[in-house]
Design a protein around this ligand. Structure first.
Ligand SMILES: [Zn+2]
Length: 571
């Protein structure tokens, strides 16, 4: 997801939801809630989702076919499903099945016990009006919009709330389907674009067509998307580092074709080349790399990235939304957080890629400018990787006095990586990033299927420690597990200069610091959080002139000042 105007948008959203939408169970509204015992019993082998899209009614009708693999013997199948839909029937291959249901769950009694390791398939027919997203992509649901030409323009966005807003599913990061078939029936003058490859388009003979999409790789369920509109398809192929000929596609609104072609030619290949060079092979090259124009800002839907930024040429020489959402194919889709508390592994890493891309396109001035802009946004009120469970909503709503990191998962996350690069060296940092994503430091020739990996903050700490040959527990404790930034104090004492790290809870923080002493750059090492520079005065030294290290400076307010500011400002 993208951060821009999120805080403002989320405030409006809460107000809007409170007035217009019925109360939903927290189970429906949160994909990261701890799994029930019944959800733990199985994994998802396959979903087949069939939806007639009833544009005028803002409704869908169809079925979800769930093929699950039992981890332990099973007699019931529990699924998450938004209670606002009407169930039209539940069945297996032999006929109707008995089920119970409440506002958030459907529990199906299986015909026979399913043994551990075995699979079974249940189909649930349903219809209804899906919850509408008021402010997609910052809240989840369907978006029913119209293009400038007046034709239907429809999208889904599910991050946070999850797949149970759309079909009966296991709504948890553990619920990734190994593969999926998607069938969407839409008016024949529209295109339905979705995940994976287009198997076929069949004419229903009544002015409607059914688009059949299939993805054969594991997909975050929030990365599944339906996009419908009067699209033109712009396409090419890209030869990846591993030799794969990647189909590259862009479904753009027909009225934007000219701008879209220019954007496609200007941006796509450069972005793909950057990520392949810096990280590794595009993970889904055997299916496609694609963007689709959406009525919302953007989202990292796997192989069908949502783009709604209207082809803006950005100040830093690249399109922020394209770059950010594409980054999530690596940081989010093939490498996925184990828990929402590790979400900075998606957002912080994606944000870290932007200054580097800027540097390679425009040079150091732009690199430092975009980095400093990000620095100024850092709040440092709460940890970016809280050790305890936190829902996606709690993570984002730090501005309302909550315990979450808010936008720090983006900006502070990226600066944590910048600082780590100084501590362990740039080569070591990039090796660690590649290993986090691919489990190898040399992924360039890896071929599909590239394995999906679930990672935590501790996983990254262990990888970086291993790659650098140094225990980095102190680094992650201060920067990821605590909120307040370290402060550097500089004191003159007996003809020397004493540097000292002031750190929350007086934690040990042997963070080296670049210092220019009489014009010469030095890497100053610390012991017991102190270092002494002998026979110099303050006037002889310049601390961290390139801002390599993330620390509190007087340029930004403290967390307390930042939070107090709105009340003190005149209205
Ligand atoms: Zn994002």
């Amino acid at each position: 997801m993208i951060k821009v105007i999120w805080i403002l948008a989320s405030t409006l959203l809460l107000a809007a939801c409170a007035q217009t939408l019925p109360v939903r169970s927290p189970i429906t509204m949160d994909s990261n809630i701890a799994m029930s015992d019944n959800l733990r019993l199985y994994s998802i082998a396959h979903y087949a989702l069939r939806n007639d899209i009833l544009v005028d009614e803002k409704a869908i009708a169809g079925s979800g076919e769930i093929t699950f693999r039992a981890r332990s013997p099973m007699t019931i199948l529990e699924l998450d499903f938004d209670g606002l839909y009407t169930i039209d029937g539940v069945s297996d291959a032999e006929g109707e099945l008995v089920y119970t249901r409440d506002e958030a769950k459907i529990v199906v009694t299986l015909r026979n016990e399913v043994a551990a390791g075995a699979t079974d398939t249940v189909t649930i027919a349903y219809h209804g009006q899906p919850r509408e997203a008021e402010r997609a992509p910052w809240d989840g649901g369907f978006v029913w919009d119209k293009s400038a030409s007046g034709k239907p323009w429809i999208a889904t966005a599910l991050q946070g709330e999850g797949c149970d807003l759309w079909w009966p599913c296991k709504d948890h990061p553990d619920g990734e389907p190994a593969s999926m078939d998607l069938y969407f029936t839409v008016p024949s003058d529209l295109t339905a674009a979705s995940n994976g490859v287009l198997v076929d388009v069949s004419d229903e003979g009544d002015g409607r067509s059914t688009f059949h999409w299939r993805t054969s790789v594991p997909t975050n369920t929030y990365g599944i998307a339906l996009n419908i509109g009067p699209y033109v398809l712009i396409e090419d192929t890209y030869t990846a580092t591993n030799g794969t000929e990647i189909p590259v596609k862009f479904w753009a609104l027909e009225e934007n074709e000219e701008k879209a072609r220019d954007f496609f030619d200007r941006e796509f290949a450069l972005n793909i080349a950057f990520f392949e060079r810096m990280v590794g092979p595009y993970p889904w090259g055997q299916e496609k790399l694609a963007l689709v124009e959406t009525p919302h800002y953007g989202m990292e839907h796997q192989t069908i990235v949502a783009y709604g930024a209207n082809f803006a040429r950005m100040t830093y020489g690249f399109d922020y939304i394209l770059h950010h959402e594409l980054a999530h194919e690596w940081f989010g889709n093939v490498m996925t957080h184990k828990s929402s508390s590790d979400l900075w592994l998606h957002e912080g890493f994606a944000t870290f890629m932007q200054p580097e891309f800027t540097r390679q396109r425009l040079g150091d001035a732009a690199y430092q400018a975009i980095s400093y802009r990000t620095f100024l946004s850092i709040e440092s009120c709460n940890p970016i990787a809280p050790r305890d469970y936190m829902s996606l909503g709690e993570l984002y709503f730090s501005d309302e006095g909550g315990n979450g990191p808010g936008g720090d998962i983006y900006g502070k996350g990226s600066w944590v990586l910048r600082s780590l690069g100084y501590v362990i060296g740039e080569d070591s940092l990039w090796r660690s990033i590649r290993r986090l994503v691919y489990d190898t430091t040399e992924p360039a020739m890896l071929k599909a299927p590239i394995e999906t990996r679930f990672r935590s903050t501790d996983d990254f700490m262990n990888i970086a420690s291993d790659e650098s040959g140094t225990d980095l527990a102190w680094f992650f404790e201060v920067y990821a597990r605590r909120g307040p930034l370290p402060v550097m104090t500089v004191t003159e004492l007996d003809g020397n200069v004493v540097l000292e790290w002031q750190v929350v809870d007086e934690l040990d923080f042997p963070m080296p610091l670049p210092v220019r002493i009489n014009g010469e750059m030095s890497r100053v090492e610390f012991s017991a959080n102190r270092a002494t520079l002998h026979n110099v005065s303050k006037a002889d030294i310049l601390i961290d002139p390139d801002m390599a290290i993330l620390r509190k400076t007087d340029a930004v307010p403290t967390c307390e000042e930042r939070r107090a500011e709105p009340e003190e400002s005149p209205r």
